[in-house]
Design a protein around this ligand. Sequence first.
Ligand code: GLV
Ligand code: MG
Length: 302
Amino acid sequence: MRSRRSCLAVPGSNTRFLAKAQGLPADEVFLDLEDSVAPQAKEQARKNVVQALREGDWSGRTRVVRVNDLSTAWTYRDVIDVVEGAGDVLDCLMLPKVEDAVQVAWLDLLLTQIEKAAGLPVGRIGVEAQIESARGLVNVDAIAASSPRLETLVFGPADFMASINMRSLVVGRQPPGYTEGDAYHYVLMRILMAARTFDLQAIDGPYLQIKDLDGFGLAARRSAALGFDGKWVLHPTQIEAANEVFSPSQEDYDHAELILDAYEHATTVDRRGAVMLGDEMIDEASRKMALVIAAKGRAAGL
Ligand code: GLV
Ligand code: MG
């Protein structure tokens, strides 16, 4: 699976940002044709994005384009222009405001047609689905199962908050008046369960107060603790924080490798299923937990 600890949003209408993003250490870069691009700038943004993908240096990063959602008139033309123009240098398309499985199936079929017509390998381009409405959340299991192209479910907190009439204007922070618990817990868990059931990654959305790094860290640690794989970043300062929060600590990584070694020895040499490692009893379930941390640590180069 691709690493997506930090997923950098870059407005497709801003050529300066499209150039600058190439030097930033985000795991994923997504070039946006949707909400960060004004309606009058959509057509030019498509051209900018194709050119940036073709001519830019995106090596080492997952290259994604976010198209417009299916309630607009732009989606099909976004997909056709981007994939015909740069399908060979594109990893995924992101579909926003996904409401049901049929929308992802539509994108899958359209991608297959364009790939065939353009002589591209069929099925290589993946899909990321944003869950950012009540309807999308209610249908999240079917959405998660909708296409073999699907790689991630992405929580879109801003649109989601609007969709449920949440009484807050600050994305990612707890809504005023909600003093007990975490107002996002249910949503994050719901998305995470669907993602894990269908072997997808789960990505948390943006934190808009870009000067508030403490707030970003708090929100990022909340979803990382549950098991999310990464988070959107809107600014260079958020990238480093996300890469750190969504990698295991060196201490946890070392401990995970220790558990794997000890357990391997216990089962193969000693033929025992449960053994002591220091003061800790480890068994097959410990091995599975350690595998998760070790895999993330290895991907992060620890
Ligand atoms: C992202 O698209 C969001 O709505 O938060
Ligand atoms: Mg959104």
